[in-house]
Ligand binder design. Structure first.
Ligand SMILES: C[S@@+](CC[C@H](N)C(=O)[O-])C[C@H]1O[C@@H](n2cnc3c(N)ncnc32)[C@H](O)[C@@H]1O
Ligand SMILES: Nc1nc2[nH]cc(C(=O)O)c2c(=O)[nH]1
Ligand code: SF4
Ligand SMILES: [Mg+2]
Length: 210
């Protein structure tokens, strides 16, 4: 299996439960809910994406012929001493490509393997942290995980419908668009009114880091 990766970079996890934790991000190319091209955005299932995941031309990106090759490339970005290594597999949609072999290759290099997914594809075994971010109009295949991180608000998607699924942590992440300030206020109010939900902010954007 050849893995197509847009970029690999070392930064702080900006979102969710692990916010603030150093991690290598492995951003896989391609998504099943949008082509990634602006001309297709208005017709896409997921229309609010904030990410360029097209191609393999980003820093550290490329085509990797084997799981070992990609895991070695990710390891080469872990430049620090001490602490548990973490890799965040994202994209694009990482579960189009992340397989058991690659999870095992990360584990062999002592990485804690976290995944950011839209929840439409089942994960391979062995993932250590599964963060599911459902999208309106996309059938949810993954009914449980470590964290459900709902971008809010989304038309036709109420947080209530996810409360019966198997997620110990429920997060609302304000939609970053032209209404970011109002969306953030609405997410704060929703959490205050429904305390099972907690706020997730995209702290890397505030910090100006990748
Ligand atoms: C770029 S996605 C890649 C992973 C996967 N395809 C997914 O959607 O979960 C990474 C995270 O950013 C979130 N996200 C994308 N665009 C956003 C936006 N405009 N505002 C807030 N969060 C956004 C997604 O919901 C997801 O939690
Ligand atoms: N710092 C940082 N944290 C993140 N958490 C999830 C991200 C993503 O794009 O999946 C992301 C990202 O792009 N940067
Ligand atoms: S599912 Fe994720 S990667 Fe795909 S378009 Fe939506 S936010 Fe972007
Ligand atoms: Mg991002």
């Amino acid at each position: 299996m050849t893995y197509k990766v847009k970029e690999i970079f070392y930064t702080l996890q900006g979102e969710g439960t692990h916010a603030g934790r150093p991690a290598v991000f492995c951003r896989f190319a391609s998504c099943n809910l949008w082509t990634g091209r602006e001309k297709d955005r208005a017709r896409a299932i997921c229309q609010f994406c904030d990410t360029d995941f097209v191609g393999t031309d980003g820093p550290g990106g490329g085509k990797f012929a084997t799981a070992d090759e990609l895991a070695d490339a990710v390891l080469s970005h872990w430049v620090a001493d001490g602490g548990e290594r973490m890799v965040v597999c994202t994209g694009g949609e990482p579960l189009l490509q992340l397989d058991k072999e690659l999870v095992e290759a990360f584990h062999a290099r002592e990485f804690y393997v976290a995944v950011e997914t839209n929840g439409t594809i089942l994960p391979p075994p062995g993932v250590d942290w599964l963060c599911v971010s459902p999208k309106a109009g996309a059938p949810l295949a993954v009914q449980g995980g470590d964290e459900l991180k709902l971008v809010y608000p989304q038309r036709d998607l109420s947080p209530t419908e996810f409360e019966s699924l198997e997620f110990p942590s429920l997060k609302l992440q304000p939609l970053d668009d032209d209404n970011r300030v109002a969306n953030t206020a609405a997410a704060v109010k929703y959490c205050l009114d429904h305390p099972r939900w907690q706020l997730s902010l995209q702290t890397h954007k505030m910090l100006g880091i990748p």
